[in-house]
Ligand binder design. Structure first.
Ligand code: ADP
Length: 603
């Protein structure tokens, strides 16, 4: 059966938000000296009176080509609101992924020049490493940082294991059984030895499998898989974890999912999950008799892209080592798998994981964090959390990776949703905006009728892309007058049987669904907030959004937390984890009874 090949779809460039507006935005770049003089009559004086500082223009002269390409917008007056508008400026360092810079330039942003501009003349600082606490403290109301302090608690494997263990103790194992049994070395050494030998005894002649991973390394470096205790090398700063030896295989290849999650704030906790992602394959067939073969056991693309089989056309998966998540879900649907249920479990896993650290992360304004959740699905379709990455790779290694470009666009839309500033100035140009939407849709890699993910909600999509009207309304001054200074304050278990085994999937031909199943357009969590957000009269998120429901969607990001009124309440004025867990438990019970009902109907 031929499946639509999303990998080969040519990405359409999202033209971004190139804005030119009033005749004031001519191509005459003012010199530093006459910059303020060039402001519309009287505006300079009014701004000074209001105490608004006007960063001098110190950009390099724009070449004719660039002018034609990007038409950078200079300072101007928004006639309706009187607000001061000027180009948004991004700051990067040598670690910033090139795609970030390229997307921001495409959207008409200017690049910050440390030599030429004042230290505070930027709006977004995006880098791979985290920021120092002083950088968080000194962030200005018009600035955003792409990391939140304290998130290593989630992204270091040992810390993650400790936090999830704590949650399991507090709230029960049924919710927190998505992390493989993990021991943190050297502290848990004796516990691990006891567990290992107890299991050996239970299994008799059968083998048990373990994986040893450095707590702080990434990209599959330093990983050891073993079955025999004599192959185990004890080392500090390692975790030893139960090796999931029954992974879901596609064409007999192991895979895992890279899910993108954006936390736009911890106080109040606000979590968005990206509706597209990556499925990363091992490039050699899964074989438990050879644990040393990294190309068969590790799904890191950094490893597999250098393997001999990378370019080969492989059974079912094709060439390369990546699929889009939508292609994966489409594949599952062709096997009659309840992909929506799997997706719900993944959402819940994301929430439960972030809840484990949320109460202990320091408050910080004007920052967000993009996480990469690595999730392995076993042959009973149970998702397992392998790790959480900060600064997930945004390199474009193959055609499937183009979704990362749209991902960056959507992050920018998400964080500036409530205060798009002058980026949205020409959004009222409907033709341009609509072409933007179409381009965005094709760029996101296949959210069409055949390859939609299980949660697409058209109502939300239309709402989002109609936002341009209010974007104009919402455009605000780069230096908001009334802005406060930044403050540093403070599973379902595997009960559902899927009647599907890995072996069946790998060896038989996929069968199409016999009954017609309309594409599900249900978005499991976000619906409650639709009415809220439509009414929302927004001020920029950076100023304050306490008390108001977050927007349900931005591009392919959908809100997964808070997911109802109760969790909205429980995340305001301090995080009430117990209350949130109760709501999750209710949701799980509801979903479980629905699964049972569906099974009875099917019989
Ligand atoms: P890294 O940060 O080095 O990428 P991961 O925890 O993501 O470390 O592990 C790398 C790869 O090893 C994963 O992508 C997955 O293929 C495999 N892996 C990791 N942990 C397990 C596990 N417990 N069971 C099965 N495979 C695993």
């Amino acid at each position: 059966m031929r499946r639509p090949d999303l990998c080969s779809s040519t990405p359409t460039q999202v033209p971004g938000s190139l804005r030119t507006t009033t005749p004031a935005c001519t191509l005459n770049v003012p010199s530093e000296a006459n910059y303020t003089e060039q402001l519309p009559a009287g505006l300079g004086a009014r701004l000074q009176e209001a105490g608004v500082s006007i960063p001098p223009w110190r950009g390099r002269p724009t070449s004719t080509l660039e002018k034609k390409k990007r038409k950078p917008q200079l300072m101007e007056e928004d006639e309706s609101s009187g607000a001061l508008l000027k180009p948004l400026v991004f700051r990067v360092d040598e670690t910033t992924p090139p795609v970030v810079q390229s997307v921001l330039l495409e959207r008409g942003w200017n690049k910050f020049d440390e030599q030429e501009q004042n230290a505070e003349d930027w709006n977004l600082y995006w880098r791979t490493s985290s920021f120092r606490m002083t950088e968080h403290i000194n962030v200005k109301p018009w600035q955003q940082l792409n990391h939140h302090p304290g998130t290593t608690k989630l992204t270091r494997k040992d810390c993650l294991a400790k936090h999830l263990k704590h949650m399991r103790r507090m709230y029960g194992t049924s919710l927190y059984q998505f992390i493989p049994l993990t021991f943190v070395m050297p502290n848990d050494y004796t516990k691990f030895v006891a567990e290992y030998f107890q299991e050996r005894q239970m299994l008799g002649t059968k083998r048990s499998y373990w994986i040893c991973k450095p707590a702080e390394l990434s990209r599959g470096r330093g990983i050891l898989i073993f079955s025999d205790f004599k192959d185990f090398i004890v080392d500090d700063m390692y975790i030893v974890q139960k090796y999931i030896s029954n992974p879901l295989l596609i064409g007999r290849y192991k895979c895992d999912l890279r899910i993108y999650v954006c936390v736009t704030g911890f106080k109040p906790l606000t979590i968005y999950v990206y509706q597209e992602g990556l499925v990363r394959f091992a490039t050699e067939k899964f074989d438990l008799s050879n644990l040393q073969n990294n190309y068969a056991h590790l799904t890191n693309s950094s490893i597999n892209k250098s393997g001999a089989s990378y370019e080969k056309i492989k059974e079912v998966i094709g060439h390369g080592c990546k699929w889009t998540l939508s292609r994966f879900f489409s594949y599952l649907r062709s096997w009659d798998v309840d992909d929506l249920l799997l997706w719900k479990k993944i959402h819940r896993m994301v929430i439960l994981t972030i809840l484990a650290i949320a109460p202990s992360v320091p408050s910080a304004a004007n920052c967000f964090e993009l996480f990469g959740f690595d999730i392995l699905i076993d042959d009973s379709l149970k998702p397992w959390l392998l790790e959480v990455n900060c600064s997930p790779a945004l390199t474009l290694d193959c055609s499937t990776d183009v979704l990362k470009r749209k991902l960056v666009h959507d992050i920018i839309d998400l964080i500036y949703l409530n205060g798009l500033r002058n980026e949205g100035r020409e959004a009222s140009n409907t033709t341009h905006r609509n072409s933007n939407i179409d381009a965005a849709k094709s760029d996101r890699g296949g959210l069409d009728a055949h390859d939609c993910l299980p949660y697409e909600s058209l109502s939300f999509t239309s709402r989002m892309y109609n936002k341009h009207d209010s974007v104009v309304e919402k455009a605000v001054s780069v230096h908001p007058k009334a802005a406060p200074a930044s403050q540093l304050e403070g599973e379902m278990s595997g009960q559902e049987d899927f009647h599907l085994s890995t072996k069946e999937m790998a060896q038989s031909k996929p069968k199409r669904r016999s009954r017609h199943t309309p594409h599900k357009t249900l978005m499991p969590y976000a619906s409650l907030f639709q009415s809220h957000s439509c009414k929302t009269k927004t001020s920029p998120r950076v100023l304050s959004d306490h008390g108001k429901a977050p927007d349900p969607q931005a591009g392919n990001f959908v809100l997964v937390f808070p997911f109802n009124e109760a969790t909205l309440g429980a995340s305001r004025n301090g995080l009430n984890v117990k209350r949130i867990i109760q709501e999750l438990q209710k949701l799980m019970n509801k979903q479980h009874s629905q699964v049972v009902k569906n099974k009875i109907k099917e019989k």
